[in-house]
Design a protein around this ligand. Sequence first.
Ligand code: HEM
Length: 673
Amino acid sequence: MTKLSQVAFFASVIAFACAQCPHMDAMKRRDTIRLENSAFESLESPRTYKGMEIFSEVKEDIRKALKTPREEWPADYGHYGGLMIRGAWHCAGTYRKSDGRGGCDGARPRFAPELEWEDNGNLDNSRIILEPIKEKYGDDLSWADLLVLTGNVAIEDMGGPVLGFCGGRMDDADGTNSLPLGPSTIQEAIKPCPVNGKCETPLGQTKIGLIYVNPEGVMDEPDPEKSVHAIRDSFGRMGMNDSETVVLIGGGHTYGKAHGACEDPPCGEGEMKGKGNNTVTSGLEGPWTTTPTQWDQEYFTNLLKYDWVKFKGPGGRYQFKPSDDSVHIQMFTTDVALLHDESYLALVRKYATDKEALDNDFKYAWYKLVTRDMGPRERCHGEDIPPAQPFQNPLPEPSSATVDVPAIKGRIAKLLRAETEILEGDKDTEGKPYYGALLVHLAYQCASTFRITDYKGGCNGAAIRFVPQKDWPENVGMDKVLEFLGSVHADYPDMSWADLIVLAGEVALVEAGGEPMDFNAVRSDAVSGEHYESVELRDYYVNATVAVRDSMDVMGLTPDQFVALMGRPRSNSQMKRIGLLGSYDTDPSHFTNEYYQLLLNSTWVQSEQNEHVYIAEDSEGVKIEGTHMTDWDMVLINVPELKEIVSEFAADEKWFKEVFAEAWVALMRADLF
Ligand code: HEM
């Protein structure tokens, strides 16, 4: 996550705090909100980051530093490459596809909590070695780019393959954005891990404090077979398939060594205390190959060639060594695990015999590992950027630029009240059909998948047409809404579905009484769901309050933006299709601030039929027909900071509609880079 999300985060903290300041008048708060919005919208502005002009020079400096001995931290085998590759991998390896958090953008291993993770031992030394380079380039080069680029240069310098470099990472100011990764109260609230060692998604790792899995085995038990599942599970949570997993583990462990030496001279003695040959990092000891500064197939051939037996290394941890003691190499439980699964074993054999496949698969997997938190390729800077990869969700060139937007708006406006057999819509006060709220729902569902954590999701690409999004519970019936919009698309085939969905939502809002909104026909459609890696449904929250707070953070919305968007017109028919009892409002064709007034002025009672539904009661305790809210709506009045915003919107409809229009446009445009 970048500075931008931090700005949004701290701005929201300020806004939360200030919402409770007794002396702050509404106008001052409103100025703060404008500032927050501009932070969100500046996602669209071109970056001022200058790193792209200097990367080749930086690479030269890194190449020299890798082989320049430093007394305070001597290199193994005269080359800092192993340490640096591990540094880049640990920086990037926190990425998890559940919510897009983690990854090297932000360079947060510099700060607690990641700095203190057991797995990140001695990586501060890798940064000490790089510090002169960081100082030389100052703000022109982020730590995050430097760490990843150093990993690349180290791989290359020892003969390995590299696909290219996507620069443009920005440094976080502290470790706040890592708090959800654990251990922290924020992580505990989102997803506790009752047995540390068996943590589940959305956490990326099986044990908090490790990057993925325990090298010694699940719960320290040196059973390679048991590690198979843990490896597949945790690498899967990062979006890596079997071949990416095997080639990354084996490719990584082709280089360098593990550190758990305590024998000669005994640990804690002499000038080399805790460093050089006396380094203790993981407590595991030894290299995986006889050529640890050279890219080759030895990791894979070694795995196959020897009979691996369990032993306790000098650091007191279980490892594996060849039964005949002929060479001084070792493997972890997790390395030997690659021999205990049919699919993994086939891949080990492939990489042991096919150098070309090894080179090819490793360079693509490494690029994905270190780049996937950066979003689409358009966000990359530098002169060595590879073509867009599948994980970057490449889209065709937009085709809508020349379409007649006013004419299409007219067609959509007519559609709002058209008769159709395709789907059941809503009724206005006169009992006439009304489809506007369904179009708003479609646009919101399409765009609200956006995650500022990894710049994925959003309506560009119109992934809502494909599995899995089309099957998400809240999207039931959206295929029919798309079919309904199909008549417009048939007449204007040059307009992308993504643009049409966004425009239809906007027309519906404006026709219902919303503020005018800017629209640019710039989106394009993914060709198929197959090559479009969809974001995941976040359905793991323990309660609605956690879900609201976390979703706001993941989407990059400020509290004001979020509360405003919650007041969007809601389709009665859609709420029923979703399995709820209906909308808060019997007439979604009029867009007002009624939602906030109802929230504040009614008594809300949980439905006996559905725990997620709340029904309004009047002062006599009589249920008000047709007035339903969800547990998410209740959060807005149960959390004081949000309730303050609800009160403002309830009191001032014009203000609400202004904030709404800004928030809506910001969300619809969040994925345009
Ligand atoms: C070293 C665990 C995957 C690259 C190590 C060490 C451990 C470890 C415990 C020793 C640290 C020390 O004592 O210095 C694991 C586990 C993995 C995994 C459990 C997954 C199952 C990877 C991947 C890469 C990688 C995917 C990179 C693509 C390295 C490198 C070193 C290393 C280069 C050597 C560091 C040095 O020479 O100082 N790993 N690792 N590892 N790992 Fe991994």
